[in-house]
Design a protein. Structure first.
Length: 236
């Protein structure tokens, strides 16, 4: 009698989740089948990944990045995009507020360890605009446009669907209603903790600030699945 062919399961690929916050990105990669290790300068008791290290993310990439199959990075966005330009920049200068600019050193560390990577950040940042994702692509209650620089791999840009309406809240003295919540700041009709949890599909943290900062898991579930498909195509 012919013996059945044994099932050979490939090893679980390991993702480094740098600047991890509570793990919005981590949960998406877990859903795609990865083992995820997070690193953040702050304690993250709500982190949902498999392993957590507190420390400098750029230094951790330099020291340990080569041990991982894929690296996701989300450098702080406060020093990037609209908040650092124009009148906002002038107000920040007057107040003495400064924010780290970590995209360039993060990219240098990633290039040094030579692993496929993603750098995620806001519109107006210095990341290369290889991929743009929007909450409407995944039926979420936030728009949250984010750009992703892809290193060592590529994937076609998916279509950007037409938005179903406006973001709810007060702007310039006028109240707008719509299917999306404003998951940033407080007041003016911006989202409550419960609304952000529902809009981003994050149920493991109730920290309003960290929920605002977190990437919706749907984004990295899509990216992780796309990376796996790309890697399989190269192997074939």
């Amino acid at each position: 009698m012919t013996q059945p062919i044994p099932i050979r399961r490939s090893r679980v690929l390991r993702v480094l989740d740098a600047f991890c916050c509570i793990g919005g990105a981590a949960r998406g990669y877990q859903q795609a089948g990865f083992h995820v290790t997070g690193v953040d300068i702050r304690p993250q008791p709500d982190y949902c990944g498999d392993v957590f290290h507190q420390g400098d993310a750029v230094e951790f990439i330099r020291a340990h990045g080569a041990e991982f199959d894929f690296i996701h990075t989300s450098p702080p966005c406060q020093g990037e995009g609209a908040p650092t330009k124009g009148s906002n920049a002038a107000r920040n200068a007057l107040s003495g507020r400064t924010h780290p600019r970590l995209i360039v050193p993060t990219r240098a560390a990633l290039n040094a360890v030579r692993r496929p990577y993603v750098i995620e950040n806001v519109p107006g940042s210095e990341v290369r605009k290889d991929l743009r994702l929007c909450g409407e692509q995944f039926g979420l209650g936030v728009l949250m446009h984010r750009y992703f620089e892809l290193g060592g791999w590529t994937i076609p840009q998916p279509a950007h669907p037409v938005h179903r309406g406006k973001v709810r809240g007060w702007r310039h003295g006028r109240y707008f209603d719509g299917p999306y919540v404003a998951a940033y700041g407080k007041g003016g009709g911006k989202a409550t903790t419960e609304e952000i949890q529902q809009a981003k599909r994050i149920d493991w943290s109730a920290d309003h600030f960290n929920l605002r900062e977190a990437l919706p898991p749907a984004y990295t579930h899509w990216i992780g699945t796309a990376f796996l498909s790309s890697a399989r195509a190269v192997a074939a």
